[in-house]
Design a protein around this ligand. Sequence first.
Ligand code: AMP
Length: 170
Amino acid sequence: MKKLEDLILTYKDFPKKGIFFKDVLEILQYPDIFQDLILKMSSNQILKNAEAIISIDARGFIFGSAVALKSSKPMIVARKPGKLPGNILTREYDLEYGKNSLSIQSSALKKFNSFVIVDDLLATGGTVNCVSRLLKDQRKEILGLITVVELNKLKGRSKLDFPVDSIISL
Ligand code: AMP
């Protein structure tokens, strides 16, 4: 029988040479394993005290919305450029492979004071740190990050000043 670890596939040199890309999408083809993963992610105590979840474009949405549903928490999103209508707050950051920026709708952010961030994978921590800065600039509290995979070698958690719960460390 397959285990969660078996469903994290590695693609060498994607999307750039030298990157070992960890593909989490295979998990979705195994509903029992996906469900078990979401139960684990949703059982974290930090969620109890958070007013809302914020999930990150795009694979973070898959796991974030399932955790939001399971934990009965509202969810807002951080999206890549040009995707969100209305008043937005934007910040640029460095990726393991390039640059990017993320935006949050001000109207959504205004409604909640404390957040748990949900994403698929923590690599260098630049992405989560960007979301964290966006929230902190608006005086919001971040109670932690819940992620499916953490790439230990890249030491992403050292950039973050809140607890990190990763289900799989590689
Ligand atoms: P980082 O900002 O370096 O922590 O990267 C975080 C985001 O980029 C994750 O949410 C992933 O979607 C993606 N990412 C970065 N590195 C990898 C990798 N080696 N394999 C898969 N996804 C990655």
